[in-house]
Design a protein around this ligand. Structure first.
Ligand code: DP6
Length: 347
């Protein structure tokens, strides 16, 4: 089995040139077809391909500068994180993969603008922003696919946060994982909206990494997951190409529920839902029965992410007061998408 350090050594020069500062932003992302299960735990290589939509301006910004006092400093939202804390350890371990023998201490300052109240995990945008900031600081000039593959080594879902819009993380086959990276889909959907429903915030008892491992090891139901994911990925491509919102929403919702079914069938059982999660799901189903096109997806946590189109935003906001609504494509350059002109006409 290849280690992260071995992979890095293959692709980076032995000596790095540090700059004065490295800075980058990366968006958070919501998977419509989930990544659930690893074929390689060290490199975060997935059992299935996944597809997400990036959350435009919501994400992480990371600034790297040389440290003035001879030790590393890790800051999160303006607060210094204690050496050895979970966050600081993860950041420094990832940075060490790149700086290797260099002893230059750094200050790594990360700000998340994802409202804590939205209950969204930030490891995807966090590792993607850190990777992009390292690329800037050491003038690595890595290709987007390499940035994505390296960000994946921090956290699998970070591979998708290197890109904006719809993003597919291809599972790849290589042992060193360098073909397991995300690619941006050439598609734009300005009317699409993602609503963040907060059920609960705070640290989860079982994180995604442990949760997916438990599922792979103990749930017989997991055997059906790779097939479900492959079928859903195909459907999502069709939905995106044809701007078929109901197909997109239904596929994402079924995919999320299928993933949760595999967790529930694990041992010890893994149920991330709170009673309020179920209430919100039933509210979505009730709205659909009234003819309102709204669907949900959920990650390894109790919060729902709603999917709907701009024309139904007002109704959905009144059903879910305090909903944080994101327009994933509003700030994006959509000109590369040949169907963009049609989308503008429809809007
Ligand atoms: C349910 O990327 O957080 O959100 O690779 O172990 O860091 P690690 O896991 P992570 O898992 C995300 C799982 C998910 C689905 C998804 O985002 O695709």
């Amino acid at each position: 089995m290849i280690s992260k350090a071995d992979v890095i050594a293959r692709y980076l020069p032995a000596q790095l040139t540090a700059g004065e500062r490295g800075e980058a932003f990366a968006p958070s992302n919501i998977a419509l077809c989930k990544y659930w299960g690893k074929r390689d735990q060290a490199l975060n290589l997935p059992i299935n391909a996944s597809l997400s939509v990036s959350l435009a301006h919501l994400g992480s910004r990371t600034l790297i500068t040389p440290s003035a006092d001879g030790v590393d400093h890790v800051l999160l939202n303006g607060e210094e994180q204690a050496t050895g804390s979970r966050f600081a350890t993860k950041v420094v371990e990832f940075v060490d993969l790149f700086r290797r023998n260099s002893v230059q201490p750094l200050t790594i300052d990360t700000h998340n603008n994802i409202p804590t109240a939205a209950g969204l995990a930030s490891s995807a945008s966090g590792f993607a922003a850190l990777m992009l900031a390292l690329n800037d600081f050491y003038t690595l000039q890595l290709a987007p696919e390499q940035l994505s593959a390296f960000a994946r080594m921090g956290s699998g879902s970070a591979s998708r946060s290197i890109f904006t819009g719809f993003v597919e993380w291809q599972m790849g086959q290589r042992e060193d994982g360098m073909d397991s990276h995300a690619v941006a889909l050439n598609a734009c959907w300005p009317q699409l909206r993602v609503g963040l429903v907060k059920v609960a915030t705070g640290e989860k008892k079982v994180d995604s990494r442990a949760g997916m491992q438990r599922t792979v090891e103990s749930a017989h139901l997991y055997q059906s997951w790779p097939l479900q994911a492959a079928v859903d990925l195909e459907k999502l491509h069709i939905a995106i190409a044809g701007r078929d919102f109901n197909l997109l929403g239904a596929t994402a919702e079924q995919n999320a529920l299928s993933m949760h079914a595999t967790m529930i069938a694990s041992w010890p059982p893994l149920l991330y839902w709170q009673p309020e999660s179920v209430v919100a799901m039933q509210q979505v189903w009730e709205l659909r029965s009234q003819g309102i096109d709204v669907y949900f997806t959920m990650d390894a946590g109790p919060n729902l992410k709603l999917l709907f189109l701009d024309k139904q935003q007002a109704e959905i906001e009144s059903a879910f007061p305090g909903l944080e609504v994101v327009a994933p494509f509003l700030h994006q350059q959509c000109t590369a998408d040949p169907s963009f002109t049609d989308a503008i006409k429809e809007a």
